[in-house]
Design a protein around this ligand. Sequence first.
Ligand SMILES: [Zn+2]
Length: 106
Amino acid sequence: MSGIRETFTDNAEARQDIARRLRSARQRYDVTTLTPGEEWEILEPEDSQMVPDACGTLTLRRQTFECRECGSKHDTKEEAYACCTEAYDDPEELDDVDDPELDEEA
Ligand SMILES: [Zn+2]
């Protein structure tokens, strides 16, 4: 595998990209799932002299943010910040959150 690391802000986007890579890899190689939804191995053909670039392990990792207080992992910086912060109930108190959905009561 050519060691390209890509970062996505969106889980769905990342999954789509993985799905696309796996689809194209399956057209030429055998692909085994090491950990469902997380890790796959693209196997090189048995007769290959060199390991093709496309072969190797493909991993989907979820980037998480740790709460500074308790160490819990969260999907976003805002959530991690809010974890042990009571001010989370009041969106005004959060810096750089401009998601209008936060203004609505769920
Ligand atoms: Zn916490």
